[in-house]
Design a protein around this ligand. Structure first.
Ligand code: DP6
Length: 379
């Protein structure tokens, strides 16, 4: 007999960034962070977990390729989930002894893994959620976030939809370093994002290595972790509660810049943003100036891709302008039909940035805020 369960898990893009760990084994962060969960109609990992007495060992495949399942991060997740299942089995003797069976985990991303999108977040969230489903664990998303965090820090935020915080916590065992819902997706459902994929190259410094180099050498980092981020977390939660896009946008852009400043302040310096990224920043500024108010906000993770947030009502001004600049790239039709009908006016006086963007962007992805993991039929 083979037992099986499947889930989709979403990607999330932080607007207050996680950068730096106080414990590298448990992925305990030095500062709290906050993200927007993106729609699984556009970006997702689909994972099926199964277990059977006929399986010889635990296995993991991603997009058809066998993966190393013995890494400490994956093992930590499997150990925690098995132990929760064991507790259930010991309390209820009629339950099948699934905790002692070998697991087969099959994952697929519907987006290019190499594009530098947040694939580890969706990946570990899907791994943890699918096994929790298989084991019929009564665990809440909060409890599962504590487990997924050990796979990859940012993964803990992908257990929830909408607007999601991750408390840095203070306990040494990480028990209070968990994700929480700031607001569900339907609280502010017209939040959209266009992702400008700048390069399909693999990033040169992994986030795990990069953040530890920053912790070890950056003088700016201390101020960011101790003063800047705690203040911004409060302001960002407030902006989301009030649906104040101007405040949300200002905090998002400033926090992305602050994070990249600590990267530049690392010795040796780390450059995640490139000329294409900087051109995207200039174009966003020009779009906001043309509109006479803040209609879009850029943010960059540990790579050159730009994620630009905007509200549905400003789609023509934001996504339309990018379409005017970039022309007929793949991706202008979002899977929920949020088509960018017209190419908008290209801002004046930034011809150099427009040209850099045209050269540097290979594809775009149109998406928006979305829900948390969804249980699915097996594949
Ligand atoms: C810049 O979650 O990938 O995207 O915990 O080492 O797996 P590990 O790091 P990871 O780091 C993400 C960093 C970031 C900011 C963010 O998502 O908050």
């Amino acid at each position: 007999k083979v037992y099986r369960a499947s889930t989709f898990a979403p990607v999330n893009i932080a607007v207050i960034k996680y950068w730096g760990k106080r414990d590298t084994k448990l992925n305990l962060p030095t500062n709290s962070s906050l993200s927007v969960t993106l729609s699984q109609d556009d970006l997702r990992t689909h994972t099926t977990a199964s277990c059977s007495a006929s399986f010889a060992s635990d296995t993991l495949t991603l997009n058809g390729q066998p993966q190393d399942i013995s890494t400490p991060r994956t093992q930590a997740c499997l150990r925690e989930l098995r132990s929760l299942r064991k507790d259930l089995e010991s309390k209820n003797s009629s339950l099948s002894q699934l905790s002692s069976l070998q697991l087969k985990i099959v994952s697929e991303n519907n987006f290019p893994t190499a594009a530098g999108l947040a694939s580890s977040a969706a990946g570990f969230a899907a791994l943890v959620r699918s096994i929790a489903n298989l084991y019929a664990l009564p665990a809440s998303p909060t409890e599962l976030s504590r487990i997924a965090r050990q796979g990859s820090g940012s993964a803990c935020r992908s257990l929830f939809g909408g607007y999601v915080g991750w408390n840095h916590g203070s306990a040494a065992d990480g028990s209070d370093s968990i994700a929480y819902e700031v607001a569900p997706a339907d609280h502010w459902s017209d939040m959209r994002a266009v992702i400008l994929v700048a390069s399909a190259e693999k990033k040169d410094v992994s986030s795990t290595a990069g953040m530890q180099a920053t912790v070890g050498t950056s003088a700016l980092f201390k101020a960011r972790a101790e003063t800047i981020v705690p203040q911004r977390m409060e302001e960002m939660e407030e902006a989301i509660r009030k649906k104040d896009f101007a405040a949300f946008a200002s905090l998002t852009m400033r926090d992305s810049n602050s994070f990249h400043a600590t990267c530049l302040d690392t010795d040796p310096p780390i450059f995640y943003m490139n000329d294409t990224s900087r051109a995207a920043v200039r174009v966003c500024q020009a779009i906001n100036e043309t509109a006479g108010r803040t209609v879009c906000a850029y943010t960059f993770d540990a790579g050159p891709n730009a994620v630009v947030y905007y509200l549905a009502a400003d789609e023509a001004a934001v996504a339309g302008t990018f379409r005017g600049i970039l022309g007929e790239k793949t991706g202008w039709e979002g899977s929920r039909g949020e088509k960018v009908e017209k190419a908008g006016q290209v801002p004046e006086n930034i011809a150099g940035s427009v040209e850099t963007l045209q050269k540097g962007i290979s594809r775009v992805i149109l998406t928006g805020v979305g829900d948390g993991p969804r249980q699915t039929e097996e594949h």
